[in-house]
Design a protein around this ligand. Structure first.
Ligand SMILES: Cc1cc2nc3c(=O)[nH]c(=O)nc-3n(C[C@H](O)[C@H](O)[C@H](O)COP(=O)(O)OP(=O)(O)OC[C@H]3O[C@@H](n4cnc5c(N)ncnc54)[C@H](O)[C@@H]3O)c2cc1C
Ligand code: SF4
Length: 481
């Protein structure tokens, strides 16, 4: 029907109706932009410019927040953007997805005095979105090309930030990634409703226009070993993130329709990007009409429940073994999920998954809370005889991520890792135990935040530059291309 109608309506043809619609749209956009602009100004002017900028201290990038708030309040948006981008490679991303309640905004003096925080994240997003719209965001212009090349493994925020900073200095940069698109968890982990994919794609396009080479579908360990890459580049950065999903070790886990959070979120993100995703199309990884149960209490679990709601699940439940106060995820995200109709079943843990071929029910155990464990949160203790059942036809496991076995995967047994499998680095030089090989982001910290990955990527770029300049000085490598 819609197709038939479209045949008769040529949307490009100039008609009085189209002219009127275009004019109304333009008027609406103008009013809306003015409204947002006024809101940003009003919020920015609430900043008291306090002597000790607690917001800046609690921002991992030490963003100069009071200055760009002042500039925004004065309507000097271009200058605000310049200040904001000088410490952050993706302010529009951080503005959207930083857990501001735990970082800048949570430490705003006005918030502390009970008057509600200045909405720093939204203003940061507004400034940078405006900069993109006005064409102020430009690719890197290299003034002096250098001969040295750096190979970056992983096109997530850590790899991308490092690539951009090194390119500014003139280095030749190649970023290798096993996914088909750059962005790491920005593209395939974090859902579109939190971070629209065009925001990530325009950043990677900009990096390509800056002369950074991206090699996709390239898995280090499979396509080339780490040592082979070391021979091709003067320095290497490992920024591969953490991807080994933690498992639930209970009977019935082999049943069908039990998936990991990344399987579920990647399918949903790929679908949103217009890819053909067979497991989504045949209904396997689509929550529509299903009773969905997500196991876990972190931010990834919140992304899963909220994605399932958007896919029109029949019901969405979240099982978490501790209580609300002891949840690892952001309380803001839990509130959002509750508002959207997600049911939280606190202090419960799966005992077994039940069903013949596919999962049909979960037998769960009630938990009581003991003394704090190594995570600082109260230790859950199973209560014998407290079992009850919950029906489920799609279960998503979201218990967190550990690093993969990188030394084995990279065919580099000599690469030193910690007892948790994260890469060991010298915290000052960011270098691993291998000469010229650096590491940054989640693969060093364990699962963390985008803003920390950006910070690490920037720090690594600085250290790689120091390392390479030393080599040039000692005549070990030539300088100019
Ligand atoms: C579902 C989800 C939601 C999240 N939401 C938020 C949020 O709202 N706010 C926030 O701040 N943080 C969030 N995070 C955390 C955040 O995404 C990560 O901390 C951040 O992306 C880490 O950046 P990274 O560059 O270290 O690694 P990643 O983003 O994981 O990127 C690593 C890249 O390395 C590539 N790679 C891995 N191994 C190889 C190999 N052998 N060869 C080649 N390439 C390889 C991967 O394909 C990937 O592209 C979320 C995480 C998840 C899982
Ligand atoms: S980067 Fe994150 S923590 Fe820093 S100012 Fe922006 S939103 Fe706040």
């Amino acid at each position: 029907m819609t197709k038939k109608l479209l045949k008769f309506v040529d949307l490009k043809q100039e008609t009085p109706l189209k002219r009127e619609t275009d004019k109304r749209r333009k008027d609406f956009n103008e009013i809306y932009n003015q409204f947002i602009n006024d809101k940003a100004k009003e919020q920015s002017s609430r900043c008291s410019q306090c002597g000790v900028p607690f917001c800046q201290i609690h921002c991992p990038l030490s963003n100069n927040i009071p200055d760009w708030l002042k500039l925004t309040a004065e309507g000097r948006l271009k200058e605000a953007y310049e200040v904001s981008q000088s410490t952050n490679n993706m302010p529009e991303v951080c503005g959207r997805i930083c857990p501001q309640d735990r970082l800048c905004e949570g430490n705003c003096v006005i918030e502390q005095s009970g008057h509600g925080t200045v909405t720093i994240g939204s203003i940061e997003k507004y400034i940078t979105d405006t900069a993109w719209e006005k064409g102020w965001v430009k690719p890197v212009k290299v003034t002096k090309e250098l001969k040295q090349s750096v190979g970056i493994i992983g096109a997530g925020p850590a790899g991308m930030a490092c690539a951009e900073e090194l390119r500014k200095l003139g280095y030749q940069i190649t970023v290798y990634d096993r996914y088909d698109r750059p962005g790491g968890l920005l593209i395939y982990g974090i859902p579109n409703f939190k971070l629209e994919k065009f925001v990530v794609e325009r950043r990677t396009k900009l990096l390509k226009e800056s002369g950074i080479k991206f090699v996709q579908n390239f898995e280090v360990g499979k396509n080339k070993t780490l040592n082979e890459l070391r021979k091709e580049h003067d320095s290497i950065l490992i920024a591969t993130g953490v991807y080994k999903a933690r498992e639930i070790q209970v009977p019935g886990q082999e049943l069908k329709n039990i998936f990991s959070a990344m399987d579920f979120l990647t399918a949903s993100n790929k679908k949103g990007l217009g890819d053909k995703v067979e497991l989504f199309e045949n209904g396997t990884l689509n929550a529509e009409g299903k009773s969905v149960v997500v196991v876990g209490g972190g931010d990834t679990a919140m992304d899963c429940v909220r994605t399932a709601v958007r896919q029109k699940a029949k019901s969405v439940k979240c099982l978490y073994r501790r209580d609300r106060e002891n949840m690892p995820g952001s309380s803001r995200e839990v509130g959002n999920a509750e508002e959207e109709g997600v049911e939280f079943i606190w202090q419960t843990s799966p005992k077994q998954f039940l069903g013949r071929d596919k999962v049909k029910e979960i037998e769960v155990l009630k938990m009581s809370l003991g003394n704090p464990d190594s995570s600082g949160r109260k230790k859950p203790i199973a209560q014998a005889g407290s079992e009850f059942k919950i029906s489920a036809d799609l279960v998503i496991k979201s218990l967190g991520f550990d690093p993969e076995n990188l030394p084995q995967l990279f065919d580099a047994e000599e690469l030193a890792v910690s007892q948790w499998g994260t890469i060991k680095i010298n915290l000052k030089s960011m270098q691993t135990n291998l000469d010229g090989v650096f590491a940054a982001g989640d693969i060093v910290r364990g699962a963390s935040l985008v803003v920390w990955a950006i910070r690490d990527g920037r720090d690594a770029a600085e250290q790689i530059d120091i390392y390479l300049q030393k080599k040039i000085k000692n005549n070990k490598i030539k300088e100019v291309a």
